[in-house]
Design a protein around this ligand. Structure first.
Ligand SMILES: NC(=O)C1=CN([C@@H]2O[C@H](COP(=O)(O)OP(=O)(O)OC[C@H]3O[C@@H](n4cnc5c(N)ncnc54)[C@H](OP(=O)(O)O)[C@@H]3O)[C@@H](O)[C@H]2O)C=CC1
Ligand SMILES: Cc1cn([C@H]2C[C@H](O)[C@@H](COP(=O)(O)OP(=O)(O)O[C@H]3O[C@@H](C)C(=O)[C@@H](O)[C@H]3O)O2)c(=O)[nH]c1=O
Length: 290
């Protein structure tokens, strides 16, 4: 299958490069492919004529988005519509990644796909707009919301914690935001499961929203402790973690307190579930400190 992946250096794009060797992968990235430039999106997809588009690139700087709402909206909110229209014109379905930050963070349950959205920051608002733009584009699609992504690649919380531990003995980390840490390598496997399913059964489960995230939930402070436990047992850096309320860690963008995702619908539809988050974390830490 010829799969066009948006972004080349992103965590999910690099994970697809590692896991997707059974397919012909084509990566669309700046400067030729710019999500802020509708013409470049149409040109790239029409020239490549892929069998499937995986829409993995996005504006992911959550705090910076508060200062650049127009750019974040162009990239996250409008580009998925352009991608969908171009993909529809060549008959390619689109798998698009979205986020737990489309929810308002209330309650303690794991969010299901049909639960009402209510983003509390610019990043979440723009990602929600992107879901809607793709759904209205005419392309066959699946929207896959994931969360708290880490990997050996790019920037993420796991790498930040390990870096900070090189120079600190103790760290304050928020303990009142809950979610599902998700390995980008597990996301790549899940997206490839969708691709495989569509090869055998085109149209299966299309035009729907799914949640796919690491199995089991935690908060950022306990996630940090798990990172350091895993690192320490391999002789890597580690650090004391003090759990603090979010009010003691001011950030430009507010994060949802509860962004746990229920991934049952994805497992039922595509026959694929994520490993427990601790297991995937261990595999990534082994690569980072090994
Ligand atoms: N990271 C996370 O914790 C989570 C991510 N998601 C979603 O999953 C998807 C993948 O995330 P992840 O792999 O972590 O993302 P990364 O932040 O690792 O990578 C984002 C990619 O998007 C590219 N990009 C940004 N702006 C543009 C643009 N204008 N034109 C073309 N490419 C652009 C970047 O390119 P360049 O290298 O040139 O900067 C980069 O390759 C995104 O849709 C994200 O919203 C969902 C939940 C959690
Ligand atoms: C570095 C650091 C962060 N924190 C807090 C801030 C924040 O509440 C939480 C996580 O920090 P980050 O900046 O990594 O998180 P953030 O950028 O909000 O991560 C989000 O990224 C986007 C793209 C998503 O889609 C989300 O699913 C989520 O993964 O930890 C501390 O409490 N102490 C620290 O030392």
């Amino acid at each position: 299958m010829k799969i066009l992946v948006t972004g080349r250096e992103g965590q999910v794009a690099r994970s697809l490069a590692e896991r997707g060797s059974a397919h012909e992968l084509v990566f669309a990235a700046r400067p030729d492919f710019d999500l802020a430039d509708a013409g470049s999106i149409a040109r790239t997809i029409e020239n490549a004529r892929p069998d499937l588009v995986i829409s993995a690139a996005a504006y992911t700087a959550v705090d910076q988005a508060e200062d650049e709402p127009e750019l974040a909206m162009a990239i996250n909110g409008e580009a998925p519509g352009h991608i969908g229209r171009a993909a529809a014109s060549v008959g390619a379905p689109v798998v698009h990644l979205s986020t737990d930050y489309v929810f308002d963070g209330s309650g303690e349950h794991a969010w299901r796909e049909e639960d009402p959205t209510g983003p509390i920051g610019v990043y979440g608002r723009t990602k929600l707009a992107g879901e809607q733009a793709l759904a209205a584009s005419g392309a066959a699609h699946a929207i896959v919301r994931t969360a708290w992504v880490y990997s050996p690649f790019g920037n993420n919380f796991v790498k930040t914690m390990l870096r900070l531990a090189e120079s600190r003995d103790a760290l304050n980390v928020v303990k009142d935001q809950y979610g599902n840490p998700t390995s980008a390598l597990d996301i790549a496997d899940a997206l490839l499961a969708v691709a495989g399913r569509w090869q055998d059964a085109p149209g299966h489960g299309t035009n729907a929203v799914y949640h796919f995230a690491g199995t089991g939930s935690t908060n950022w402070a306990d996630f940090a402790r798990a990172i350091f436990d895993s690192s320490r047992k391999r002789g890597g850096p580690s650090c004391e973690v003090t759990g603090i309320p979010s009010s003691d860690y001011p950030t430009k963008a507010q994060r949802p307190a509860n962004s746990r995702l229920d991934s049952a619908k994805f497992a039922d539809t595509f026959g694929h579930a994520a490993p427990r988050w601790q297991e995937s974390l261990d595999a990534t830490v082994a690569r980072l400190v090994g």
